[in-house]
Design a protein around this ligand. Structure first.
Ligand code: ZN
Length: 445
C-alpha cells in the first residue's frame, strides 16, 4: 500500500533534510521575538508547494499558519506543530552552530530539529510524496502551525476560539514524540496544564551593609519563608484546596500505566540519584509521574552570589515557580488559592505575578484514534509505549474538544530538546514519514 509514496520519501530524503535545514537556519526564537514572521512565511510557502490552501492568521503575537486540503475523503487528519524554537544559549556548548544544522553520525544537529521543526517538515514532506507521485490522499488534511509554543502559546486562543470549525477532525497528530530510552516508539495522549508565577519580595530602597540585619527586614528571608510555606518536607502542597478538583486517573489509565516500564533504575543513573522523591518506586512512582500536580522552584535570585564573601543585605528577592496541573485543576483557581494562601500566612509583602497558565487535557486511552496510531506504528516501527499523559505541558486543551490528538514524532531519548546539541536520528525522521502514511491508511479502514 502506498509503495510509490514511501519510495518517494526514501529516494528524496536528502531534499527533505535540506528543507528542514532551511527552516532551522531561521532563528525563530519566540522568547526573543526573532525570526517569527520569516519562519511563518517559509512554512506557509512549503504548505502551498505541496498543494494546500493556506492562511496566515495574525494574533497579538506571532501569526498562526494554517493549511488545508479537502480531497473529498470521509476522514480528516489534523496536525498541530510550531515554527518557533527555544533560545539556543549557551552557544559555547554547541559542537556546531545551533542555526547552521550539521549531520554527524546519522544525526542532524541544530536548534529546533527535534522540537519541532523536524516533525513539521516530516509531515509536510509526506504530503509532497503524495503530490509528486500523483497518489490520491486517503484523508483530508489540516495544519495548525503556531509560533509561540515555547513561550506558552499565549496568543493561540485568539486563533482557536474564532476557528473551532477548522479544528474539527477525526484524528490529530500533536507536535512531539519519538523513541524512548529503550528505543521503542512512544505516544503521548495528554499534557498536564501549567501555572507559572513569579514571586517577589522587596523591603528596602537599596542593598545595605549586612550589619543592619539586626534592625532591617530581609527580602530574601521573607521570600524563603513564603516558599517554605507552600510545601511540606514530603512535597505535599499546603495551599488550601490545591488538590480539591483533581480528576483521578481512570481505571483504564491505571491499567495501562501498570504495563509501562519507566526504566526507573536506568533513569536513576541518568539523573545521578540514589532514590526518587519520597523513595517512590514501582506503581507509586508511575502514578505520581502521570497523575500528580507539582509545585517547583524554577529559579531563585537575591543578593550576592559572586566569588568570595560580600556582606550585604539585599533589598530584593525573587523566584519563579511552576505548578504542573492535572485534569480538573484550573490555573486561575490555583492562582487565586496561592494568593489567598500567602495572605492568610501573613506574606502580604510577597507579590505574585502570573506569567503563564492553562489547564491539562487528555485523549481517552481507549479512543479509536489511539488504536489507529498504534496500528500504524506497528506497521513501521513495531510495538509502542502509550503514555496516558506527558508530565509536560502544552495547549492541548484548545484542541481536544474538537479532535482526538495523539503526540508522536521523530525525536528520541538523546534528542536534547531545549538543550545544546539538539538532534534527531535521520533514520527515525524517515520512518516517521512512513508512519504518517500508515496513519492515513489506517484511518480509512
Ligand atoms: Zn519545546
Amino acid at each position: 500500500m502506498y509503495d510509490a509514496v514511501t519510495a518517494f520519501i526514501d529516494n528524496n530524503l536528502d531534499d527533505s533534510i535540506n528543507a528542514l535545514i532551511k527552516l532551522c537556519r531561521i532563528p525563530s526564537v519566540a522568547a526573543k521575538n526573532e525570526g517569527l514572521e520569516e519562519a511563518a512565511a517559509l512554512v506557509e510557502s512549503m504548505l502551498k508547494d505541496v498543494g494546500l490552501e493556506t492562511e496566515i492568521h495574525p494574533t497579538s503575537g506571532a501569526p498562526v499558519v494554517t493549511g488545508w486540503l479537502d480531497v473529498g475523503a470521509k476522514r480528516t487528519l489534523l496536525f498541530y506543530d510550531h515554527y518557533d524554537v527555544q533560545p539556543a544559549e549557551p552557544f559555547n556548548l554547541w559542537e556546531s552552530p545551533p542555526f547552521e544544522p550539521e549531520i554527524r553520525n546519522g544525526r542532524l544537529y541544530g536548534r529546533g530539529v527535534a522540537d519541532n521543526k523536524g516533525d513539521t517538515i516530516s509531515r509536510i514532506w509526506t504530503l509532497k510524496a503524495f503530490k509528486d507521485t500523483d497518489t490520491k490522499l486517503p484523508v483530508n488534511i489540516k495544519f495548525v502551525i503556531e509560533g509561540e509554543e515555547e513561550i506558552g502559546s499565549v496568543n493561540l486562543p485568539e486563533y482557536t476560539e474564532k476557528n473551532t470549525d477548522f479544528l474539527a477532525a477525526d484524528g490529530g497528530i500533536w507536535e512531539f514524540g519519538g523513541a524512548g530510552i529503550d528505543g521503542r516508539q512512544e505516544a503521548w495522549l495528554g499534557l498536564k496544564g501549567i501555572l507559572y508565577v513569579e514571586l517577589e519580595s522587596e523591603h528596602l530602597s537599596r542593598d545595605v551593609h549586612s550589619s543592619n540585619a539586626c534592625i532591617l527586614p530581609s527580602a530574601a528571608s521573607r521570600l524563603v519563608l513564603a516558599l517554605n510555606s507552600l510545601k511540606d518536607s514530603t512535597s505535599h502542597i499546603l495551599i488550601e484546596g490545591f488538590y480539591d478538583n483533581i480528576k483521578q486517573l481512570t481505571e483504564s489509565e491505571l491499567e495501562a500505566i501498570k504495563k509501562i516500564d519507566l526504566h526507573e533504575e536506568q533513569l536513576k543513573n541518568v539523573y545521578g540519584i540514589d532514590e526518587y522523591l519520597n523513595d517512590l518506586s514501582g506503581d507509586d512512582l508511575k502514578n505520581a509521574y502521570y497523575g500528580d500536580p507539582t509545585c517547583n522552584i524554577c529559579g531563585l535570585t537575591s543578593g550576592y552570589q559572586g566569588k568570595g564573601p560580600m556582606t550585604v543585605l539585599p533589598a530584593r528577592a525573587s523566584c519563579k515557580v511552576d505548578f504542573r496541573l492535572v485534569e480538573g485543576m484550573h490555573p486561575d483557581d490555583i492562582y487565586n488559592k496561592l494568593g489567598k494562601h500567602l495572605v492568610d500566612a501573613g506574606f502580604i509583602d510577597v507579590k505574585v505575578t502570573l506569567l503563564q497558565g492553562y489547564p491539562a487535557a487528555k485523549t481517552p486511552i481507549n479512543h479509536s484514534f489511539v488504536k489507529i496510531v498504534e496500528a500504524a506504528n506497528k506497521r513501521v516501527f513495531g510495538d509502542m509505549v502509550i503514555h496516558p499523559t506527558s508530565p509536560g505541558s502544552g495547549p492541548l486543551y484548545l484542541f481536544n474538544k474538537h479532535v482526538p490528538m495523539v503526540s508522536i514524532g521523530c525525536g528520541d531519548y538523546e534528542s536534547k530538546a531545549h538543550s545544546p546539541n539538539e538532534s534527531i536520528v535521520i533514520e527515525n525522521y524517515r520512518m516517521a514519514m512512513h508512519r504518517i502514511v500508515a496513519v492515513m491508511d489506517e484511518m480509512c479502514k
